[in-house]
Every structure is written in C-alpha cells, then in structure tokens.
Write a new protein. Sequence first.
Length: 255
Amino acid sequence: MGRGRSVKREWDDFRVAAGFLTVLPTVRELDMPPERLARSMGLFPAVGLAMGLGLVIIDWLLGALIPRPVLDGLLVLVLILVTGALHLDGIADLVDGLAGGRGDRERTLDIMKDSRVGAMAVVGVVMLLLLKYLSLYNVPLEHKKAALLLMPCAGRWIQVVLAAFCRYLRPEGTAAAFVEQVGERETLLATATLLLACFILFGLKGVLLLFLLGLAAVVLIRYFDTRLGGVTGDVLGAATEIVEVLSLILVLAVV
C-alpha cells in the first residue's frame, strides 16, 4: 500500500509539472499545495522527455511524407503550441528588459513586467527561433530523434537549477509557488534525469554534453544574479529557450 501511494504521488506530481509546462489539461481535479508544486519541479526534465517523445512520434509518422526542411519547422511549431508559447513570452520580456534597462536593475524588471512588446523583443524571438530551426535541421538524421528528446529535457532542467540556486524576485509571480521551496531533492532528481537521458541517447559523449550544459548553467546563474539580483518567471522561461537552442548546438559540435 505504501509503495502504491508513493507511485500515485509521483504520478500526480508529474501531472502538476505537465500542467504548468504545457497547455494539456492534466491537473483539473488535483489539490496543489505549495509543497506539491515545489516537489513537481524535480520532474520538469521528465515532462521535457515526454514532450520530446511526442516530437519523435510526429517525426516518425511524417518523415516519409513531408520534406525534411518543412518537417523540422513543423516540429519547432508543435513545441511552441504545446507550451502555449510560454517560454517565448519569457525571452521577449527578458530581451526587452535588458535592452531598455540600460544597466539599471529596477528599470529592467519594470520593463519586463510590461505586457507591451518592443522591437528588440521581436528581433530576439525571431533570431532565437531561426537559430533553433537551423540547428535542428542540421542535426544528422541518425541523431535527430535523440536531439528531439534532449532539447526539451535540458530546457526544463535549467528551470530547476535556476530556481534552486537563484533568489526569486517576485513572490507574487505565477512561478513563486513552484520555486520558493525548491531544494536539493528536486535539483538532484532533475539532474539525474538529464544525466540518464544524455548517457542513454549519446553514450559517453552524453556525459560531455551534460558537463557543457552544467557550465552553461553556472554562467546563467552568475549572469542573472549579477544583472538582475535573481530570477523571475520570465527569466526561467527565457533560460529554457536559451538552453534548448544550446543543446542542439552542442549536439552538432560534440556528437
């Protein structure tokens, strides 16, 4: 009975994570106290793997029917739709804030809260999507499925790391209930998930991939701490997009 309750708890936590990261209606009847929200962050990379599996299935179903350049663009679009463009909104707000803040921390955060989108935000989103598409398109076919699994997994892992090691700046924000209680358990679970995925998908080169992603995480932590004094929900979303692109570039460079 105890093991059954534990499995159900983990499944419910996974549903909470999926409900937060995607537009899928997975949590309608669940109670979501702060402890469960924080606990579910450890499963963010697992939700990313599930999203990647969906992309792999679409790639398999349509691979013989649609030209490769079009299919890779469709896969990027599907990822955007599944997430409700949540993380793209984060990158747009972050770019706007950094461009308009001119080194002033408070002004940067105020601009990030503004719902209006500036020219720099549009340029940032367009360039990020272009880089993501080109990187995915140039991944060799024999590694395409592995890259599709790694990309969303790594992108959700960075959210856990930033939440654990950075101060959260907006206690009233949407993500506050998730990140304020994130700790060692969630970080270890998320990192173990990514490590296992890297090793299974890419062998020993996957360990190198994880090491390089870890270095990138350290750089992001230092940058956001220095520039903003911590992170917000927008920063977590922006970091997801950055690391998704970075993971594809690293696959091209290392594998």
